[in-house]
Design a protein around this ligand. Structure first.
Ligand code: AFP
Length: 298
């Protein structure tokens, strides 16, 4: 079954159309990474001036979303203001997550949250979320409130099709991997102490430096991805609206839990579009334990 067929049966029509538009455009973005990122600085098939890959992917997804006619607001990590349209949906995106990994060919990603309210708003307004990973294959992982499902891009004739890879993904409760961003010396002491217990629990470190690449392996293997509160950087790095709330939504649909250390990430009400927050995301038992520990700071 492909993405279109699956969504026709399992998602509201407007969200299905928007997700299909994103899927199509993700292939264009992926195909253009070597050209638009400067990897092949001399080779630019369209002959246009080299654009930063972030700006390029932002413009491509804005175009795809706008063309659906279903979107009222688009907010992006790459834009200071929302782009408005005539539709009802609000879409927040990180069009190219992990772009500093282009040179090393680590996985990259794109993240989308579909909100029912005007932005900024909390994750409780999410109607669904989707992320693309550009790794050894291009995959889409999504949820529209009825479980988490994954699709993989395959060539079918002259074009690409997203075929169903897995339904109802569940994050294992037993934690196996951990990836923590930022600098260890700057993590707040309670986080550092908690992370120090991981090896003795049989967990192994895994970190690629792209949020969705790192989250993807936590979803498959169980464990935690975090970008913690740090001394001198109490809000961490990742943005609530574009990044952590959409992934927290998917993680919750997969049976996991996500916290900023004190409350569910989905309950954070950002006051501006690009507001960051500390983020700890993963297997429910481990994440509840972390929240108890961090929130007990007097
Ligand atoms: P870039 O898009 O600038 O590469 O940042 C990626 C990111 O926002 C997120 O994808 C990673 O989890 C996080 O940064 C990694 O940050 P550190 O390099 O500070 O660990």
């Amino acid at each position: 079954m492909n993405l279109e067929e699956f969504l026709r049966l399992n998602a509201p029509e407007d969200l299905a159309k928007v997700a299909i538009a994103i899927a199509g455009k993700s292939i264009t973005v992926w195909e253009n990474i070597p050209f638009k990122s400067g990897l092949l600085a001399d080779v630019n098939p369209s002959g246009e001036r080299q654009k930063a890959i972030d700006v390029y992917s932002n413009d491509e997804f804005v175009e795809a979303l706008s063309e659906t006619g279903l979107v009222g607001e688009i907010a992006s990590e790459e834009m200071t203001e929302v782009v408005t349209g005539k539709g009802k949906l609000s879409v927040a995106m990180d069009p190219l997550d992990g772009s500093s990994n282009v040179e090393t060919n680590n996985p990259l990603g794109s993240i989308f949250g579909f909100y029912s309210s005007r932005m900024p708003c909390s994750g409780r307004s999410l109607l669904g979320a989707l992320y693309v990973t550009y790794g050894n294959a291009v995959t889409i992982t999504l949820s529209f409130g009825k479980g988490v499902h994954r699709f993989v891009a395959v060539k079918k004739g002259p074009s690409m099709s997203f075929e169903l890879l897995a339904v109802n993904l569940k994050i294992p409760e037993k934690p196996e991997v951990y990836g923590i961003g930022g600098s260890r010396k700057d993590w707040i002491p309670r986080v550092r102490d908690f992370v120090d217990t991981f090896e003795s629990r049989g967990m192994r470190t895994r970190y690629c430096g792209t949020f969705v690449g790192d989250y993807n392996q936590v979803l498959s293997r169980g464990g935690i991805f975090a970008y913690p509160e740090q001394t001198g950087k109490p809000q961490g790095k990742l943005r609530v609206l574009f990044e952590t709330a959409p992934i927290a939504y998917i993680n919750e649909q997969a049976g996991g839990y996500s916290t900023d250390g004190r409350r569910n990430i989905l309950d954070i009400q950002p006051s501006k579009l690009s507001e960051p927050s500390p983020a700890y995301i993963g297997s429910a038992p481990l994440l509840h334990e972390l929240e108890r520990l961090v929130s007990s700071i007097s």
